[in-house]
Design a protein around this ligand. Structure first.
Ligand code: NAD
Length: 491
C-alpha cells in the first residue's frame, strides 16, 4: 500500500497494518530522461556482447534471485499484503520466465534466411532482429515481480536496456530487482528504475524510449497510448481482464470447482487473469455451485500467516468490490456465499454470487477482488456468446471432458486453458496478452522476444540478373518475358 505525502515522495506501507516500509523520492521528468540517456549508453555495449554473453549474465542474475528468494518473497508480501504462498508462486513463475527468455533469445532472434522467390532468384534474403535500444517498462502492483519480469527479461535478452517504473504500491520491490541485477551483472547498467506515480510513468512515455511495455488498467493504458502517440513511440499494452470459466455438462466438476475457487480467490482476487465469472451448463449447475461454495466457505482473509487470502492492496479496492456486490444484488442476483458484509477493509472474505444480470458491474467491469459470479447457461453456445460479449479479452478456462479445445477456439481471448485455470501463464514458451479492452502485443514466448526487436529485411544480389526489371534501361522484351514467366508459373 502507499500513501501520498507530497507529490515528491512515495511512502510505501504494508496494507495489512499500515506500517511504514520506506520513503522514496519521486523522479522528475528530467531525472527520467537522464535515466533513459544513461540506459542508452549502456544499451550499445549490451547489444554488442551478443546472445551467449547476455544469456550468461541473465543466468547469473537468476541464480542470485533464487539465492535471495526469501528476501524477495518477504518484500512482495510486505508491499502488497499477499500471502506467502501467493508471493512464492510469483517468484517461482518469474524465475522460469527469466530462464526461458535467456535460453531462447538467440534461437528466436538470430539472423534467418528466407527464400528469395522467383523474381529475385539471384538474391539472398535474410531477416535480422536488432535490439530497439531502450525499453520503458511500466508495471502494476498486483504481481510486482512476475508481471514486469516478462518485458524486462525479454527486452534484456533481446539486447535492449530497460528503464522500469514499478507501481507506486511496490517501489521497494522494483528497486530490489534493479539492485540485484546490478550486483549480479556489475559491468552493465542496463536495468534502471525510476520511481513515482502516474506522472513519472507519463514522463517515461515522453522520454525518448524506443518502446513502452505497459501493464495496468485499461483506463491508464489509453493514457499511455495517447502519450506515446505524440512521438510515435510503439506501445505494448497488457491491460485488465474479466476472465470467464466455462463448465460443460461432462466436466470433472470437482476439479472445475477447485480450480474456480483458487483462480477467483488467490491473490485476493487481484489477478488480471483471475476467475471473475463462470458460465456453467444448467445440467450440472446445482452440483457445481454446491462444490464451489463448499471449497470457498472455510477460506478466510486476514493478516495471520495461515490466512488463505491477503488484503486488498490499494485503499480504493474494497469500495469497488463492495459496489459490485451491491449492484449485482440490487439487480436481482443472489449471494450463495458472503455478501456486502464480507467486505471489511482492507480484507474481503470470499463471495459467490449467482443469477447476476449480464449488464451488471460485476459482469462487465473488473471487480479485482475475491468475488466469483456463477451464471447458468442452456448450452455451450450460450456460454461462448456470453463470455465473448465482454469488452475484455484476456484469458479464459474451459472445463469439458470431450469438447475443451473446440470450445476454447471459439473464445475471443488471448489465452485459454482447458481443464485448468491460468496454466498458460506458467508456460514460458506461450505468448501472453489479450485483445479488445485487454490490450495488444505479447510478452513471453517467441512473440514476446520479437516485441523488443526491430525487424530488418536485407537482400544481397549474388549474381547479375539475366533480366533486369528494376532499371530504366529495361527493355519491353524484358517485361514481356517476365510477364510470360509469371503467367506460366503462377497462372
Ligand atoms: P494502473 O493502471 O493504476 O497503474 C499501472 C502503472 O501505470 C503504475 O505503475 C502507475 O503508476 C502507472 N501510471 C498511472 N498513470 C499513468 C500515466 N498517465 N502514464 C503512465 N503511467 C501511468 O494499474 P494497477 O492498479 O497498478 O494494476 C492493476 C491493473 O493492471 C488491473 O486492471 C489488472 O488487470 C491489470 N493487469 C494486467 C495484466 C496483464 O498482463 N494484462 C497483468 C497484471 C495486471
Amino acid at each position: 500500500m502507499t500513501t501520498v505525502d507530497t507529490a515528491r515522495e512515495i511512502i510505501s506501507r504494508d496494507p495489512r497494518d499500515g506500517r511504514e516500509l520506506g520513503r522514496y523520492p519521486v523522479h522528475t521528468a528530467a531525472e527520467v530522461t537522464a535515466a533513459v540517456e544513461g540506459a542508452r549508453a549502456a544499451a550499445a555495449r549490451w547489444s554488442g556482447i551478443g546472445f551467449a554473453a547476455r544469456r550468461k549474465h541473465l543466468d547469473t542474475w537468476r541464480r542470485l534471485l533464487l539465492r535471495r528468494a526469501d528476501e524477495l518473497i518477504e518484500l512482495i508480501s510486505a508491499e502488497t499484503g499477499k500471502t506467502r504462498a501467493d508471493a512464492q508462486l510469483e517468484v517461482i513463475l518469474m524465475v522460469d520466465h527469466l530462464r526461458w527468455a535467456a535460453a531462447h533469445a538467440e534461437k528466436v532472434l538470430r539472423r534467418r534466411r528466407v527464400g528469395p522467390g522467383l523474381l529475385m532468384f539471384n538474391h539472398s534474403a535474410t531477416v535480422d532482429h536488432h535490439p530497439l535500444g531502450v525499453v520503458g517498462v511500466i508495471g502494476p502492483w498486483n504481481y510486482p515481480v512476475f508481471i514486469p519480469i516478462g518485458p524486462i527479461a525479454h527486452a534484456l535478452a533481446a539486447g535492449n536496456a530497460v528503464v522500469f517504473k514499478p507501481s507506486e504500491y511496490a517501489p521497494a520491490t522494483g528497486r530490489w530487482l534493479a539492485d540485484t541485477f546490478a550486483e549480479a551483472v556489475p559491468g552493465h547498467r542496463v536495468l534502471d528504475v525510476v520511481l513515482g506515480f502516474g506522472e513519472t510513468g507519463g514522463a517515461l512515455c515522453r522520454s525518448g524510449v524506443d518502446k513502452i511495455a505497459f501493464t495496468g488498467s485499461t483506463a491508464t493504458g489509453k493514457r499511455v497510448m495517447a502519450a506515446c502517440a505524440e512521438s510515435l513511440t510503439p506501445v505494448l499494452l497488457e491491460c485488465g481482464g474479466k476472465d470467464a470459466v466455462i463448465v460443460d455438462h461432462d466436466a470433472d466438476l470437482e476439479a472445475a470447482a477447485d480450480a474456480t475457487v483458487w483462480g477467483g480467490l488467490s491473490n485476493a482476487g487481484q489477478t488480471c487473469v483471475g476467475v471473475e465469472r463462470v458460465y456453467v451448463h444448467q445440467a450440472v449447475a446445482e452440483r457445481f455451485t454446491e462444490l464451489v461454495v463448499a471449497h470457498a466457505k472455510d477460506l478466510r482473509a486476514g493478516a495471520a500467516r495461515e490466512s488463505d487470502i491477503g488484503p486488498m492492496t490499494t485503499p480504493e479496492q474494497p469500495g469497488i468490490v463492495a459496489a459490485h456486490i451491491q449492484d449485482a444484488l440490487a439487480r436481482g442476483g443472489s449471494a450463495l456465499l458472503g455478501g456486502p458484509h464480507s467486505v471489511r477493509a482492507p480484507y474481503v472474505d470470499p463471495v459467490v454470487l449467482t443469477d447476476v444480470p449480464e449488464d451488471s458491474d460485476a459482469l462487465t467491469q473488473e471487480t479485482f477482488g475475491p468475488v466469483i459470479v456463477i451464471n447458468r447457461v442452456a448450452s455451450m453456445g450460450e456460454a461462448v456468446e456470453k463470455a465473448n460479449a465482454c469488452a475484455y479479452g484476456l484469458g479464459a478456462a474451459v472445463y469439458s471432458r470431450t469438447r475443451g479445445p473446440a470450445i476454447a477456439r471459439r473464445l475471443r481471448t488471448g489465452m485459454v486453458s482447458v481443464n485448468s485455470v491460468l496454466a498458460f501463464a506458467g508456460v514460458p514458451g506461450l505468448p501472453f496478452g489479450g485483445t479488445g479492452a485487454s490490450g495488444f502485443g505479447r510478452v513471453h514466448g517467441p512473440e514476446g522476444l520479437r516485441e523488443f526487436s526491430r525487424t530488418q529485411s536485407v537482400t544481397r544480389q549474388r549474381i547479375r540478373p539475366l533480366l533486369q526489371p528494376l532499371s530504366f534501361r529495361r527493355t519491353p522484351r524484358t517485361m514481356d518475358i517476365l510477364m510470360r514467366l509469371v503467367r506460366t508459373v503462377y497462372g
